[in-house]
Design a binder for this molecule. Structure first.
Ligand SMILES: NC(=O)c1ccc[n+]([C@@H]2O[C@H](COP(=O)([O-])OP(=O)(O)OC[C@H]3O[C@@H](n4cnc5c(N)ncnc54)[C@H](OP(=O)(O)O)[C@@H]3O)[C@@H](O)[C@H]2O)c1
Length: 307
């Protein structure tokens, strides 16, 4: 099977290394802003100065794996690439949240119409099965609720332990958990993009990020965290949805709630269904974890799901 890898940054490189152990997958090309590299090489070399769409038409892969940066303006070039690929029956695996939080129904409909595989586990909670869990959960879900952004959870945890906001943010940046520009994390946007995708998956809706009411933790006061701590409460940035109302809010979490013990960069998702409630807890970011999310999609695509 021929694969075209789009993006060769932290996640793309981790993915390229991981699929070396899949003998039936050939990495036929890697495309970035610099153009197309044919075959694989640890150091990127441009063989042709082409766009991702042109690379797709040249390589004619069986599968594309998108590890490109998120473009929240219009989801491009990923959005057009997915539609072209799915329309031709090519499988799409992505860790890029932007196209799915902007154009979910168009992308899923193209996948269904052409019976082309679409995997996007790596977009939410990386390698911790959140999206792919829905594939094995029949029936109605009444609510989902989670901690979906590691940076803000790290900052809130360190503030609970006594740091102020600026020092907690600086520490998150020093440890590589927060970007140099952490705006999309601390203002709640990243969690909003993730709960948009989860809502569509768990409630079969067509929401976009514009339907989500969100707030962040920017400049949150240490005294609030301290005051709540004295009452046995932790403040967490919680993304929540019942399929109609979708939000990200700074919320009080009591000791008896599953999200209470989810600290530092760990993510969690509570799924409340008619039959039972489950909570999954695991890493939500990191290049290897995101690549592992894509790998789990590949695993499903190849039908290697038997124990
Ligand atoms: N890092 C994580 O922990 C994590 C976790 C989950 C999901 N993700 C998602 O994974 C994706 C990649 O993250 P990353 O950390 O690997 O980012 P990164 O290191 O900045 O790499 C991004 C790659 O995308 C390529 N790219 C950007 N725009 C492009 C365009 N228009 N055409 C072709 N290539 C383009 C870049 O090309 P150049 O090399 O030419 O600049 C680069 O190779 C993002 O969508 C991110 O949200 C990341």
């Amino acid at each position: 099977m021929k694969a075209l890898l789009c993006g060769f940054g932290n996640v793309g490189r981790a993915f390229a290394e991981m699929i070396e152990s899949f003998p039936d997958i050939t990495l036929s090309g890697v495309v970035t802003r610099k153009g197309l590299m044919l075959g694989k090489n640890r150091e990127f070399k441009t063989h042709r100065e082409v766009s991702v769409l042109e690379a797709f038409h040249e390589i004619k892969p069986d599968i594309i794996v998108d590890t490109m940066s998120a473009n929240y303006k219009d989801g491009e070039p990923s959005y057009s690439l997915y539609l072209s690929a799915l329309n031709e029956g090519t499988a799409v695996i992505t860790v890029n949240k932007a196209p799915l939080s902007l154009h979910y129904s168009e992308i899923v409909n193209a996948s269904k119409k052409h019976n082309a595989f679409l995997g996007f586990q790596g977009t939410v909670m990386s390698g911790t099965p959140s999206i792919n869990l829905r594939r094995i959960m029949p029936g109605q879900i009444s609510q989902i609720k989670g901690i979906l952004n590691g940076t803000t959870n790290y900052i809130l945890t360190r503030m609970y332990e006594g740091l102020d906001y600026d020092n907690a943010l600086r520490e998150a940046q020093e440890k590589g958990y927060a970007e140099r520009d952490p705006e999309l994390d601390v203002n709640g946007f990243d969690a909003a993009a993730k709960i948009t995708i989860l809502t569509n998956v768990f409630f079969n809706t067509s929401k976009t990020i514009k339907d989500v009411k969100f707030e962040g933790i920017k400049g949150i006061n240490s005294s609030l965290i301290k005051e709540k701590k004295e009452k046995g409460i932790k403040m967490k940035l919680v993304a929540k949805s019942n399929g109609k109302d979708v939000s990200v809010t700074l919320s009080e979490i009591n000791e008896n709630e599953p999200l209470y013990s989810v600290d530092y960069v760990t993510n969690a998702l509570e799924i409340i269904s008619e039959i039972q409630n489950i909570t999954i807890i695991g890493p939500g970011a990191g290049p290897k974890n995101a690549a592992y999310g894509a790998l789990s999609d590949l695993h499903i695509f190849r039908g290697k799901m038997m124990l």
